[in-house]
Unconditional design. Sequence first.
Length: 190
Amino acid sequence: MPLSTTDKKLCKEALQFEYDGVKDFFENNLLEGWSLIELDSKEDEVISKFQVLLRKGCTVADISRCIRDSVSELRGLIQSEYDEDMTEAEVQSEDLFGLDHVNFQWTKSMIKKAKDLEDATNKSTKLKTWEHSYKKAVEYGVDIMELDETIKSTIAKYLRDMKGAKRKDKRSKKKTPKKKGSKKKTPKSK
């Protein structure tokens, strides 16, 4: 399903943060790029834009294609405006920041994070709905077979991994301190 104009606009908005950082990187003669350092503070905002697209039914392939097209367009603008060697800039970006920001690798990685979050949310929602239905059926006396332990442990694992799930702290039993001078009793040998 091709993206609508609104969807493409949302993709460009998600790219804008990294694009601003790349422009800053080039304006500082490839030596500094403070906007790229602060990019991680925008992670939630970018991921939420991609989640909106995923919830609308857009596929990762559609979003990636739109991002790829936008990246080509933005790289052309950067190349024409700054007249720099792009391969040298890619290497310097990777050396300085650990990512190839000139090819917008950070934004591309946010698509995967958004997809992973959406998958986890969908699984947890389905499991919560199923669990509620199962409990209600048992409550009403419907004859349902007992679940085996592997299924129960799988369900428990997914419910624990849900976003926002509170994990219960395991409290260790307090050991009573040994009294001074007490020794273990050993049987006497004959």
